[in-house]
Design a binder for this molecule. Structure first.
Ligand code: RB5
Length: 142
C-alpha cells in the first residue's frame, strides 16, 4: 500500500524510524515532512497528509507530533479524514475495525520507538469490520 507520513519538529527522528519500519513491511511511504528539527507548525503537515488521504493519492496516513493530538486535529478538518490518536496497540487496531480510521497518529513525546512500531503494525494489520460500524462512520461523514 502507498502510505503518507507527516510530522512536526518534535517527531522527525521517530518519523525516519517509522518510515523505514513501514517500508520493511513492504509498503511505499510518501514523506510529507518536516525533515529537520527546526520549529515548525504541525497544521501544515496534518493538512498535507490529510489531503493525500482524502483525495486517494495514498491508502492511509501516519501523523506524528509531540502528542499526536495537534496534527490529528488539523488532519480531521479535511472532509473524509478520520485521524485517530493511539498510544496503545489495542486502540490502534480498534480504530481501524470500528472507526475505519484512515490516519493513525501518535506522539513522539508519549510513546517509545518500539511501541510506535507495534501501534503502526497493529493498525496496518487490522480490517474495517463494516456492518453497524459502517452506519456510524456514515453518520460521521454526514
Ligand atoms: C510542539 O512543541 C508541540 O506542541 C506539537 O508537537 C504537538 O504536541 C501539538 O499537539
Amino acid at each position: 500500500m502507498k502510505i503518507a507520513i507527516g510530522n512536526d519538529h518534535a517527531a522527525t527522528e521517530l518519523k525516519w524510524t517509522i518510515k523505514e519500519y513501514v517500508e520493511g513491511l513492504g509498503h511505499e511511504v510518501v514523506n510529507f515532512g518536516t525533515d529537520d528539527n527546526e520549529s515548525c507548525d504541525y497544521p501544515e503537515f496534518g493538512k498535507a497528509v490529510g489531503r493525500a488521504v482524502a483525495n486517494g493519492e495514498v491508502g492511509c496516513g501516519i501523523l506524528i507530533c509531540g502528542t499526536g493530538v495537534g496534527i490529528s486535529i488539523a488532519a480531521n478538518k479535511i472532509k473524509g479524514v478520520r485521524a485517530a490518536v493511539c498510544s496503545d496497540v489495542t486502540t490502534a487496531h480498534l480504530v481501524k475495525e470500528h472507526n475505519n480510521a484512515n490516519i493513525i497518529a501518535f506522539g513522539a513525546r508519549i510513546v517509545g520507538e518500539e511501541l510506535a512500531k507495534d501501534i503502526v503494525r497493529s493498525y496496518l494489520d487490522a480490517e474495517f469490520a463494516g456492518g453497524r460500524h459502517q452506519r456510524r462512520v456514515d453518520m460521521i461523514e454526514d
